[in-house]
Design a protein around this ligand. Sequence first.
Ligand code: HEC
Ligand code: HEC
Length: 234
Amino acid sequence: MTSRTSLLCMLLLGAGLVADAGASEPPHTHTPPTRVVDLRRLQPVSGDAVAGAGKATVCTACHGARGLSIAPEFPNLAGQSATYLYVQLKEFHEGQRVGAVMNGQAATLGDTDARDLASYYAAMPPKPAGRADAASRGAQLYLAGDPAKGIPPCQGCHGPDGAGPRPHASSAPQPPWAAFPRLRGQSGQYLAHELHDFKTGTRAGTSNAKVMQGVAATLDDEDVQALSAYLDTL
Ligand code: HEC
Ligand code: HEC
């Protein structure tokens, strides 16, 4: 795992995604500081959405022609943050994020492909608003958390409407939350699966995954169901 982590780290550094904390040190004294890929300083992701469309043919089999997936176990990609999508594709490529299907799909993707695909899906209109129950336990948890159980309000990081943090226009290094995902209109079944993976540590390995692992640890099965149902219909 350590060598994989450092390889991804090097790739992300090479791609200009992560600022190199040890840049001022001579290369031979620089050792990767941790086993967790640090995403705290991100570079803005720009790609060619038109080129991305041409590369997405194979993706439509599961993620749909408009980035809205054909089955609830596959995530919707339309309108998702480009930075987030890019980071995930790199993680699948390197095997940092584990998923048999996507590890295979991303195996041959180069850095430019990942940028183009991320830009293509980010520019698509997201799933239209549903009929979320604002009085449900899912809504309460999402907006206010449950302090008695240590559950933080999800909106603090994923936005009050679940649309994720607002994109940063500047070309300066991005804040860490530039790679926090949109949850609104995501498949509930997919979300429940990911929360389970964070909880068990199956989805781990980056500073962002570590943040979400801490959150997922506070949720029991009923909380996960309530939150997934709410977000699915938001
Ligand atoms: C055979 C079905 C299939 C195909 C084809 C496929 N995917 Fe996926 N994709 C999945 C599944 C399943 C997941 C969820 C993985 C997991 O378990 O975390 C996923 C997850 C993702 C995610 C993470 C989304 C998130 O919200 O974290 C991205 C990004 C993604 N796919 C992009 C692509 C791209 C780009 C292509 C084409 C190059 C592609 N996928 C092709 C099935 C597929
Ligand atoms: C302190 C910030 C923070 C809070 C609070 C938070 N999240 Fe997250 N969440 C993140 C980050 C960061 C990621 C991206 C993790 C990664 O890249 O692996 C994430 C990812 C997710 C994902 C995966 C989405 C996808 O497309 O694969 C789900 C599901 C999720 N969060 C649900 C929740 C729920 C439900 C709550 C409230 C109980 C919540 N989050 C609260 C920061 C947060």
